[in-house]
Design a protein around this ligand. Sequence first.
Ligand SMILES: [Zn+2]
Length: 173
Amino acid sequence: MDRIHASWRAAYVSDATEQSRNSDSSCVFCDLIERGVSKESGIVFLDELVCCILNAYPYGSGHLLILPRRHEAALMALSEDESDALWRTARAAVGTLERAYDPDGVNLGANLGEAAGAGIPAHLHLHALPRWSGDTNFMTSISETRVLPESLAETWDKVTGAWENPGDTPSSP
Ligand SMILES: [Zn+2]
């Protein structure tokens, strides 16, 4: 299947690759987390326990990844605090996607281990992806080409603009 390459994504990926080459860590997620929340890192939310980041290779607009800040592959190895924070942030991500994209549904899930389809199995992450009725095979059946409807920069603007943590009052920063 062909992909339409967009320059913004190429820049993001080469930057992330460069970053990991210059670091002791071999994990792209860990390297990006060090850079903090920014359009360049793709991180939309970060606290002491968890991170939410745009997928650099989205299946569609608004594809988010939620991960523990600590480099950990195993779900069962998370602390209770990390586990709570991961779920709290997954809820925040889903709520944000609902506000920002008004989708018909949202996929939320994880591929644990390479055999289960994880692209980066060494650092556990959840996927959250907005879905619309009938979107499944629309692009692929028409043209054999996967088209991304919006850039990662646009996604970052939308998601950070709509982000609210569960329990926050509307006046919270
Ligand atoms: Zn990592």
